[in-house]
Design a protein around this ligand. Structure first.
Ligand code: LLP
Length: 435
């Protein structure tokens, strides 16, 4: 999926580094990111907009993968950052990420989170409900530079035909203000009356892992229509349109042609917005997108060591690795599919059908239910591809398995950016009453 080579030892090479050596050096399991690919994807987004559209911002959705080094890279590449909790905001800020380039989301921002963000400042605050606006009327009165810049998250009523758990823009959704029934319009009109707010625009996020452009174009239309109506009714021009994230990516080689590229996606949405605005004589809004998966997924891989290999004669062969649903819950949660390589024998042409499973105490802890691999032996290094998004950030300590570290590779150099959890990390927060 990503850029991969094979060296003279028949070992897999990513970012100029021998993956088998990295497994030795840093231990397994390990998340391995190709820094060149990460940066390239961020640049594809920016360059595509640069060519096609006058005013834009690309906000990387940090929920897909976040750590201090990633935040620093996003800042270096000139992107904005989308955060959805005080925790993500805190990591971004401690890495030095500028507050005015952060977009703050959440359908239930806690008092503590609001206090932190209002104190330190924010680029855009995304209001998700009327109740949130009510609270902000009070809390934003003393906002640091006077006016809190707001976007309003709307539910445009679009079904993007992706997995139900990651569909977010339908009318029946826990997120956002419904356009139907004038709910969004009334809440926004109310906000107009308060000097502590600066109404910048509207936001929508229709879902994730979307494989066609059509739902995005539909979303552009619904959102622009809303902005236009709002202008006509209130004489107030909303200047920003944030379309959220959602562009899908292939997880298997055979899906390679099934997803629009970053540039096709940007061409399609900018083209749509331009055409719509021309037709309705509406000023071009500033366009914001919030891609997560399409920036990080293909750049990330998980490196495991194979432990037990077990054959049930005539039925199945199980290959167990030293991680599992703790570092990648996506197969269990969404039925997500992955492919893998045997990194220490890349030239081995033998093939056998196996099931790759984890080490958790659950039969459902399967990473790849069925895959053809070279004959796998205990001690082999197995690399699961395309695990950059929503793996590290969704990892758990189930069965008290320490979470893997993260290494960035580039030009033959490897940098540890998140150290692997140790056994003592597992009791760091424990308190023995009475001691
Ligand atoms: N903006 C907002 C407001 C979002 O809610 C999301 C994702 C994104 C941007 C980024 O979407 P992306 O470009 O990554 O599709 N855990 C699930 C994915 C949940 C996505 C939630 N929101 C998974 O593993 O597939």
């Amino acid at each position: 999926l990503g850029k991969k080579e094979i060296n003279e030892h028949g070992h897999l090479v990513i970012g100029g580094c021998d993956v088998v050596q990295l497994a030795q050096e840093f231990g397994t399991p390990l998340y391995l990111f190709d820094e060149t690919l990460l940066r390239e994807n961020m640049r594809f987004y920016r360059q595509s907009f640069e060519r096609l559209y006058p005013d834009y911002a690309v906000a990387y959705a940090s929920k897909a993968f976040i750590c201090s080094a990633m935040c620093r890279m996003v800042a270096e590449e000139g992107l904005f950052l989308d955060v959805v909790s005080g925790g993500e905001y805190y990591i971004a800020r401690s890495s030095g990420f500028p507050a005015d380039r952060i977009i703050f989301h959440g359908n239930n921002k806690t008092a503590q989170e609001r206090e932190l963000v209002l104190r330190e400042g924010i680029g855009r605050w995304v209001v998700d409900s009327e109740a949130e606006l009510e609270v902000l009327i009070e809390e934003a009165k003393n906002y640091r530079n006077g006016k809190l810049p707001l976007l309003f998250r709307l539910t445009p009523g679009i079904d993007p035909h992706t997995h139900q758990y990651i569909t977010t823009g339908k009318i029946d959704s826990k997120f956002g203000l419904p356009i139907v029934g004038g709910v969004a319009r009334e809440v926004m009109k109310k906000a107009l009356a308060f000097p502590q707010f600066e109404l910048r625009g509207v936001h929508c996020h229709i879902g994730s892992q979307i494989d066609s452009l059509e739902p995005f174009l539909k979303a552009c239309e619904v959102m622009l229509e809303f902005m236009f109506q709002f202008w006509k009714e209130t004489d107030f021009l909303l200047e920003e349109l944030d379309l959220g994230g959602g562009l899908g990516v292939p997880y298997l080689d055979e899906q390679k042609d099934q997803f629009p590229s970053i540039s096709e996606y940007v061409e399609a949405i900018t083209g749509k917005v331009r055409a719509w605005c021309e037709e309705h004589s509406f000023p071009l809004p500033r366009l914001i997108v919030e891609p997560g998966r399409s920036i990080v997924n293909t750049a990330g891989n998980t490196v495991y060591r194979v432990g037990t290999v077990k054959e049930i004669p005539g039925i199945k062969k199980y290959v167990a690795v030293d991680g599992g649903m703790t570092d990648n819950p996506r197969p269990v949660l969404y039925g997500a599919r992955y492919q893998a390589l045997v990194a220490n024998r890349m030239h081995d042409r033998s093939r056998e059908r196996v099931s790759v499973v984890g080490k958790c105490c659950e039969s459902g802890d399967v990473i790849i239910p069925e895959i053809e691999l070279p004959r796998v032996l205990p001690g082999d290094i197995l690399v699961v591809e395309g695990t950059g998004a929503y793996n590290h950030t969704m990892a758990s300590n189930y069965n008290m398995i320490p979470r893997p570290g993260v290494v960035f590779v580039k030009d033959g150099k490897a940098k540890l950016v998140v150290r692997p959890e140790s056994l003592s990390d597992l009791i760091r927060r424990d308190v023995l009453p009475g001691d």
